[in-house]
Design a protein around this ligand. Structure first.
Ligand code: PRX
Length: 707
């Protein structure tokens, strides 16, 4: 048994691990250990036990072969991806160049000169290959009995109709269509319809507020919003259309939006004359009834042949400023990467029922609910509800009823289900499962063990998939049956991903040395097809955030420990990005929301380890004169964040304080606040640069008194 993983020393179990960045985006930036920092290892999960259970494959010949193939893949990434591009996709026109540009210059382009259509690759070619009667999308709504199976034939027809409907409303190639919808099949179909006609979708998670939606619509200059009258989650209706109405009133430039296309969540598709039915919502001048419009369209629409480097979609994500970034993914590279990673990481084979229970509002839903499985001609399972509705067995009930083979969720969901005990998963027949996936945050060994043993019955592979909105798909993950598993480690890079650990300060590569572990920041040394190409309308920001901090490398923003076997452990973000229940939230966004309140003078937001959510949000605010703390004010402030961003970003705890720890030049030292909320007051570090060091004692007293 290798002695490589003393779990007591994996980074997130330690709490004091500062790394100062060289090109710090914020001088106050230090690495904190965000996720599960408060978790102590379960006494019975000894490193020996867990690892003996799962590590026997260490010397397997398959892993040795992976290592050889991996080395070959990064020795010549162009040759490697050339081969994959021909294997995984059908091209209308072959590409002239596999790879152009460089990370150094921030101008990477893949498969230039090549032409293809993503929707054609995800649907038509499977129909042409005789798979028309196979289920493409298997959907389960908020209520477990609300199930729909959409075959590839039906998907093709419906996507063509939606594509024609979009065209009829003036949408053309290159136009940005904002999608603000519940998790119903029509959401995936609308995304695919955009891809079919070369429109660029921008899906906004339906948990975002009217304000956040408006901001994203305006930033993308999107003339068309596709929404639904309502969504359903956990037995409650969510008034999406009202939120869209609200968003329209919040846009200074209201003229951005020409049309609002509205699906009706409970539309009667069997109605003989749908156009004669009454809409379920009060129609506004810009509204178009989507079900009615679509029913009127011809179910044939030729796919538009796109350049490989044309935009496929944008997706807004949080960074270290208050403005979300519109991350741009392109047709050729992204499609290849989605297909390739789904196939390899999940060992996808014919007949599989692949279930990723993420929401399409996030990148995981794009790559692994919609594109990845369909590009491989598989069946993708789509889920509208929550793991706790109508009861805590929901996931396992679905696995049993639909014979799901791959199940992909976030550690936060596993942690919330663990609390109800292993009896719940044990009640169900989970024998169809082969691979269990984890995504979005580090999975703590206790949750890993539960997932592996209680859900997977110690016979499924748990893949811990590390990636980002910007990477398009997995970049580090174990491969089932090939890579040995280590609880808490996303293991080793995928083929073609030249992942390196850099010294955070001077940026040099810390090359792996046999038997030595190392810590630094995670970067990728060579381009890969799934990487984001730019931030919409702001290439400078793209370079500033990703390619300039360490010239010649893609910088992930994460810190990492690579153990002496070469296995990667993600130890947290080095920028001001929080990860709450696997949702990425910028502290600056929450702070901007708080200071909009008339009573607030200054705000500082930090993350605090949370047992279930990974991280929770703690805010500190100072008030303007003439305002005083009251329970009502605290509620208003929380509501302010809910209405500016969305309920998921609401702080767990807010402190109203007379002052914040500031440097003499007026910068808030969040590092100190992070330490205080973590209860690590003995390791505050240097406080001598504070304008008024006594603030710290007051804050410590205030936080301790409230706990
Ligand atoms: O910090 C890493 C964490 O989530 C960040 C990316 O967030 P987002 O773009 O919203 O994408 C989430 C879904 C891919 C990363 O920078 N992260 C994601 N997966 C893992 C992870 N941290 C540790 N282990 C993972 N498996």
């Amino acid at each position: 048994l290798p002695s490589h993983t003393a779990l007591g020393t994996v980074p997130w179990l330690r709490t004091d691990h500062p790394v100062v960045l060289r090109n710090s985006l914020d001088a106050d930036n230090v690495v904190t250990i965000p996720n599960g920092g408060a978790q102590t290892p379960n006494a019975d999960v000894t490193p020996e036990r867990t690892i003996r259970d799962v590590y026997e494959a260490k010397t397997s010949s398959k892993f040795a072969r992976y290592q050889q193939e991996y080395q070959a893949s990064i020795r010549d990434v162009a040759a490697f991806w050339n081969q994959q591009a021909l294997e995984y996709l059908v091209w209308d026109r072959p590409f002239d160049h596999v790879l152009q540009g460089s990370l150094e210059q921030g101008n990477v382009a893949w498969f230039t000169g090549g032409k293809l259509n993503t929707a054609y690759n995800a649907i038509d070619r499977h129909v042409q290959a005789g798979k028309g009667a196979q289920t493409a999308i298997l959907w389960e709504g908020d209520e477990p009995h609300d199930v729909r199976a959409v075959t590839y034939d039906a998907l093709l027809a419906k996507v063509a109709q939606i594509a024609n409907a979009l065209r009829a409303q003036g949408v053309g190639k290159g136009d940005v269509v904002t999608i603000y919808m519940p998790m119903i099949p029509e959401l995936a179909m609308t995304m695919l319809a955009c891809a079919r006609i070369g429109a660029v979708h921008s899906v906004v998670f339906a948990g975002f507020s009217a304000e956040a939606l408006a901001q994203r619509v305006v930033a993308a200059d999107s003339a068309v919003i596709v929404t639904a009258d309502q969504g359903a989650r956990g037995g409650k209706s969510i008034p999406l259309k009202n939120i869209v109405n609200d968003a329209l009133t919040k846009m200074n430039t209201n003229d951005v939006v020409d049309k609002v296309l509205v699906w009706e969540r409970y539309f009667d598709h069997d109605a003989l004359h749908p156009e004669e039915t009454e809409p379920t919502y009060e129609m506004q001048p810009k509204d178009v009834r989507m079900d009615v419009l679509v029913a009127a369209q011809r179910p044939y629409c030729p796919p538009v042949s796109m350049d490989a480097e044309d935009n496929l979609f944008i997706l807004y994500t949080s960074g270290s400023t208050g403005q979300p970034k519109g991350v741009v993914h392109t047709v050729g590279g992204y499609s290849l990467y989605a297909a390739f990673t789904t196939k390899n990481t999940f060992d996808l084979t014919d007949g599989d029922i692949f279930a990723c229970v993420a929401d399409c509002g996030w990148i995981t839903g794009h790559t692994y609910v919609v594109y990845g499985a369909l590009l491989n001609g598989s069946t993708t399972f789509m889920f509208e509800s929550t793991p706790l509705y109508p009861d805590t067995g929901r996931y396992w009930d679905m696995v049993q009823r639909h014979r799901i083979t791959q199940f992909y969720t976030a550690p936060t969901a596993i942690r919330s289900l663990m609390r109800y005990g292993e009896d719940i998963p044990h009640r169900y027949d989970l024998s169809s499962l082969k691979v269990l996936g984890s995504v979005g945050e580090p999975i703590n060994p206790e949750a890993w063990r539960w997932y592996y043993e209680e859900v997977g019955r110690s016979r499924c592979t748990v893949v811990d998939t590390y990636w980002q909105t910007e990477t398009g798909g997995h970049v580090i993950s174990n491969l089932p049956g090939i890579t040995p598993m280590k609880p808490g480690s996303c293991t080793v890079p995928l083929y073609g991903i030249d992942a390196v650990v850099l010294d955070a300060v001077d940026g040099h590569v810390l090359e792996p040395k046999d038997g030595e572990s190392t810590e630094g920041v995670l970067a990728i040394r060579q381009p890969w097809p799934g990487m984001a190409r730019t931030c919409l309308g702001d290439h400078e920001r793209y370079q500033l955030v990703y390619t300039k901090p360490y010239p010649g490398y893609y910088f992930t923003g994460d810190s990492v420990m690579r153990d002496k076997d070469g296995f990667f452990f993600i130890t947290g973000r080095v920028d001001d990005v929080l990860n709450v229940s696997g949702h990425r939230i910028g502290t600056a966004e929450v702070e901007s929301a708080l200071v909009l309140h008339p009573a607030v003078s200054q705000a500082a937001v930090v993350g605090k380890a949370h047992d279930v959510k990974g991280q929770g949000i703690v805010g500190f605010v100072t008030l303007d004169v003439n305002h005083e703390e009251s329970p009502e004010l605290l509620l208003e402030l929380r509501n302010q964040v809910r209405s500016e961003i969305g309920p998921f970003a609401a702080p767990d705890k807010l402190y109203i304080t007379p002052s914040l720890p500031m440097t003499r030049s007026g910068k808030i030292m969040r590092r100190i606040l992070r330490k205080i909320v973590a209860g690590e007051v003995d390791t505050l570090g240097d406080t001598s640069t504070l304008a008024d060091p006594s603030v710290v004692d007051d804050l410590i007293a205030q936080v301790q008194a409230s706990e």
